[in-house]
Design a protein around this ligand. Structure first.
Ligand code: DQA
Length: 148
């Protein structure tokens, strides 16, 4: 089973950006964590990060025929990007949304998630653990045909 993990803008700045919100662990550490979770669970991981909306759309489109599902943290594009929502709908692969922080309890403008409208589930506020939850839910869905 192959899963594409997409991380949006400024997540490459983890460890530097707003540590009181996002913690001190770096993006490299997040990649290591994701690879470890995937390795333990028989998942082939392809991890992609971009600060550019169109590049994220391209990566989602390129997953068609190559990946079985998508885990996505669209970062700030969560709250603005109909293009990423449409790309997820276009490929129609099962997708799960992740946010390190709890977007529901931050500024009002973070409460809308466009890409989330094409996702079977969202995990927010769990830090790195949210990626584990998303990967395991996606694996279960792909194996059983429905979310747990
Ligand atoms: C984020 C939450 C977004 O609102 C924010 O723009 C990010 C990161 C998170 O993981 O908590 O860049 O997606």
């Amino acid at each position: 089973m192959k899963i594409l993990i997409v991380n949006g803008p400024n997540l490459n700045m983890l460890g530097i950006r707003e540590p009181s919100l996002y913690g001190s662990a770096t993006y490299a550490q997040l990649e290591t964590y994701i690879k470890q979770v995937c390795g333990e669970n028989g998942i082939e991981a392809e991890i992609f990060q971009s600060n550019h909306e169109g590049a994220i759309v391209d990566a989602i489109q390129a997953a068609l025929g190559r990946a079985d599902g998508i885990v996505i943290n669209p970062a700030a594009y969560t709250h603005t990007s109909i293009a990423i929502l449409d790309a997820l709908k276009a490929v129609a692969l099962p997708a799960v949304e992740v946010h390190l922080t709890d977007i529901g309890t931050r500024e009002a403008f973070r409460r809308v998630s466009y890409p989330g409208m094409a996702c079977i589930a969202s995990f927010a506020g769990l830090g790195f653990e949210g990626y584990r939850s998303a990967l395991l839910l996606l694996k279960q869905t792909l194996e059983n045909g429905q979310p747990a």
